[in-house]
Ligand binder design. Structure first.
Ligand SMILES: NC(=O)c1ccc[n+]([C@@H]2O[C@H](COP(=O)([O-])OP(=O)(O)OC[C@H]3O[C@@H](n4cnc5c(N)ncnc54)[C@H](OP(=O)(O)O)[C@@H]3O)[C@@H](O)[C@H]2O)c1
Length: 337
């Protein structure tokens, strides 16, 4: 039987929210493997906020996705054919080869790695023990540098990165306050993830509630969203505050980034500027294996918990990206193939 790969190609660059017309869904028959190649049946596709930025043609820390090529993305799946000495049929792997359902790859591809055998579900290798988990780990430890008893505020707190940041900060002995959209997410952040508090940025008394939750000010603000949330936190920053800038999702659909309400703009205007910088998880690639192993231990010991939104069907990937950009996802957004 023919092996059919389905893939979403980037077809058009978006203005604002990316609509369906930005992608083209195509099918192709995979060609037989050559020596050193494997065929991966994708089980899960990760949907991440950074994907919106890759759809633009602007200068960024990462090259834009190319028109006519598979939309950028990481997947987790199982090797179903192998002509490789490194990967055998049945191995679970993660690979960064875009929105595709059946991936032919060289076993030397730098983006591929074998998922270790454990009780952790495969989908978590795209979330808490995958790229978002490692982002939380490095951003907090290397840029935030938490100390015991400090107050750490985390935005997008119920999400893939934010949920791990807060739980790691609790392990450092910090007081941790989350910011999330809506009472359901806030109660999950407090009751299930164990943050000290969580404030709903959509509620009318957001600024007062945040200030009440941070009685000793804010020592670390782990920035995920930008816009009015950052404005509110910036008023509470202590003298030695650090702000690891992980992302600013509320502004990703803006057309003019110079005009946008980015954290660089908001923090740059303050009289007393906190130590702040944008970081990318790939800065510490040589430490990824160690971070993954630490995060895996925490997940297996129930010290890191996470939520996932798993949407069935490859054809739902574009809508899932829009959901992430509007907060309809709850925890890590995954597409199940
Ligand atoms: N620098 C890096 O290397 C790196 C790596 C991975 C991710 N990131 C960044 O980390 C951040 C979180 O990513 P994630 O993967 O963990 O996504 P996520 O939190 O799982 O999902 C995105 C969340 O952002 C929140 N959001 C959406 N629009 C918002 C708005 N206008 N205002 C405030 N919040 C909004 C929503 O939560 P609510 O319902 O609570 O609003 C939504 O659920 C993003 O900014 C992403 O770009 C950076």
């Amino acid at each position: 039987m023919a092996n059919i790969n389905r893939k979403y190609l980037l077809d058009k660059r978006p203005t604002g929210m990316p609509e369906d017309e930005c992608w083209k869904l195509v099918e192709e028959e995979t060609v037989p493997l050559k020596s050193g190649e494997i065929l991966i049946q994708v089980k899960f596709l990760s949907i991440d906020p950074y994907m919106r930025g890759r759809m633009n043609d602007g200068v960024s820390y990462a090259a834009p996705a190319k028109i006519g090529e598979p939309m950028t993305g990481e997947t987790a799946g199982t090797v179903v054919e192998s002509k490789s000495d490194v990967y055998k049929v049945g191995d679970n792997v993660c690979i960064h080869k875009g929105w595709q359902t059946l991936i032919k790859a060289k076993d030397t591809d730098p983006s591929i790695y074998k998922v270790p055998l454990s009780n952790i579900p495969l989908s978590a290798y795209l979330g808490a023990v995958g790229m978002p988990g490692r982002t939380a780990y490095f951003g907090l430890n290397k840029v935030g540098k938490p100390k015991k008893d400090e107050t750490v505020v985390v935005s997008a707190a119920s999400g893939a990165v934010g949920s791990v940041v807060g739980q790691l900060a609790k392990m450092h002995g910090c007081k941790v306050v989350g910011i999330a959209g809506g009472p359901e997410k806030c109660s999950f952040v407090k009751e299930t993830l164990g943050f000290d508090d969580c404030v709903d940025y959509k509620s009318e008394n957001f600024e007062d509630a945040l200030s009440n939750a941070c009685k000793n000010g804010v020592d670390i603000y782990f920035e995920n969203v930008g816009g009015p949330v950052t404005q509110a936190v910036s008023k509470l920053l202590n003298d030695d505050a650090r702000v690891p800038i992980c992302g600013f999702i509320s502004q990703y659909n803006e057309e003019n980034m110079i005009e946008a309400d980015t954290p660089f703009k908001i923090l740059g205007k303050l009289d007393k500027k906190p130590e702040h910088r944008f970081f990318v998880v790939t800065e510490w690639m040589n430490e990824w294996a160690e971070a993954t192993s630490i995060l895996s231990d925490h997940v297996m010991n129930d010290k890191i918990r996470y939520e996932e939104t798993i949407t069935d069907g490859f054809e739902n990937a574009p809508q899932a990206l829009r959901d992430v950009l509007t907060g309809k996802n709850f925890g890590k957004q995954i597409i199940k193939i």
